[in-house]
Design a protein around this ligand. Structure first.
Ligand code: PMT
Length: 402
């Protein structure tokens, strides 16, 4: 049986030059057995004709929300229900912004809201537009809503620029689609992931914390979900949205995170400590806001050690495969290996947080992953890409059986 046999794919095409590749994409998806129905935006029709897509898909092309004839053939709600996958390739910056805003002012954006099928976007745009802060914020928003991103790739662009923003090659999109429909390798696995910072109260209005945004841990949660795992995300206070398919447990302090982690780790197959946990907390939290005292030019706050969450999980009798992170600014490998040993971990991701453009609060990261007898570099890429590779590496090393 072909891998995409009986799979219904709605292919959304938007107005970018890469639209000229979509007839080949349709043909290749059909070669693997998929049923393909094409939806085009007005912009897409400036680059490729509906007739071409109708010929290769062997189905009428939909391009209007308000066309009574088209609605008679297959209405937008029917189309939304028909889809096993809504694949948008190429996806312009404009359409990504629409998805982030939740607009429904044409057929494709309406379908995105109306479908329960997974949505995948393949961005294609000028490299400067891809790096624009607005586009990156929109990408983070849609990723947090479980919309999957394939690409973009780097290279020479139609406009002559060189950089990130090219639509993935048709071959890559087809193989990712096949992978998407393949059996989920982490089915029946329970992954528990800590993410974000902790806050250690000083008094009712002040706290000690750090710059962790939660992006890395949340991306790992999404990657594990994509691979079929049940995911519990124990998160400190962050400003991003957790994948809706995970079980989210919000905490503030290290002690609260410890309590939840010990409880959830009992049933976990994998535990990943990505959170930036405060090593110390305030010994005596003031009940009222601390006031400045006349003549007092300095003050001392006594700190006591917090429980080491990942080390305690690694001591459990039925210990899950336990992965730590080591955020370091110097002697990264040496400190990471020390933590791997001292905390009795199965794996540690060394994260050099001294470099600009990676680590705390950035959208990209680069890590080196160590086990007792192996070392694996994951090069600088989006945190979602790094997470995907990390999940695959854990899967290989932990020899997880679904
Ligand atoms: O959240 P982002 O902005 O995306 O940034 C991601 C990140 C930089 C926070 C992340 O990639 C990372 O490196 N997380 C670990 C941060 C950290 O606190 O590292 P550490 O070297 O201090 O701690 C070592 C390990 O022990 C970590 O797995 C940590 O979660 C764990 N730990 C530490 C202290 C403690 N009391 N309990 C713990 O479980």
């Amino acid at each position: 049986m072909q891998i995409l046999q009986d799979k219904n794919i709605v292919l959304g095409i938007t107005g970018g030059i890469a639209a000229y590749k979509t007839p080949e994409l349709v043909r290749r998806l059909k070669d693997h057995g998929a049923n393909v129905r094409v939806v085009m935006t007005e912009g897409a029709k400036a680059f490729i004709t509906p007739l071409t897509l109708q010929a290769v898909s062997a189905n009428a092309v939909s391009d209007s929300l308000l066309d009574p004839q088209a609605e008679l053939a297959m209405g937008h709600i029917e189309l939304a229900k028909w889809a096993d996958l809504l694949l948008i390739a190429p996806t312009t910056a404009d359409v990504i912004a629409k998805l982030a805003a939740g607009l429904a002012n044409d057929l494709l954006s309406t379908l995105c809201l109306a479908t329960a099928a997974p949505i995948v976007v393949c961005p294609a745009m000028n490299q400067q537009m891809w790096h624009a802060k607005a586009t990156q914020a929109n990408i983070n928003t849609i990723a947090a809503r479980d919309i999957t991103l394939w690409g973009p790739a780097e290279g020479e662009q139609a406009c002559g620029d060189i950089g990130k923003g090219r639509m993935l090659e048709v071959d890559d999109i087809v193989s990712k689609t096949c992978e998407f429909f393949s059996v989920k390798s982490l089915a029946n696995q329970h992954w528990v992931i800590t993410a974000g910072p902790t806050r250690e109260a000083i008094d009712p209005v002040r706290y000690i914390s750090n710059h962790s945004s939660g992006k890395m841990g949340y991306a790992i949660a999404q990657a594990a979900l994509n691979a079929g795992a049940k995911v519990t995300l124990i998160s400190g206070p962050v400003g991003i949205t957790a994948p809706s398919a995970c079980q989210l447990i919000n905490v503030e302090s290290a002690v609260q995170m410890h309590q939840q982690a010990m409880k959830m780790a009992e049933s976990a197959t994998v535990f990943i400590a990505c959170a930036a946990v405060a090593d110390y907390r305030v010994e005596n939290i003031a009940e009222q806001k601390i006031k400045k005292q006349a003549g007092q030019d300095s003050m001392k706050i006594n700190l006591v050690k917090n429980p080491d969450i990942v080390a305690d999980v690694a001591q459990l009798a039925n210990k899950p495969f336990t992965v730590g992170f080591a955020a370091e600014t110097q002697d990264v490998e040496q400190y990471a290996l020390g933590k791997l040993r001292n905390k009795n971990l199965d794996m540690i991701a060394a994260n050099d947080v001294s470099k600009a453009g990676q680590g705390f609060n950035s959208s990209d990261n680069a890590i080196t992953v160590f086990t007792a007898d192996d070392k694996h570099d994951i090069a600088l890429a989006s945190k979602h890409e790094v997470a995907k590779q990390l999940v695959a590496f854990i899967e290989a090393k932990a020899e997880l059986k679904s």
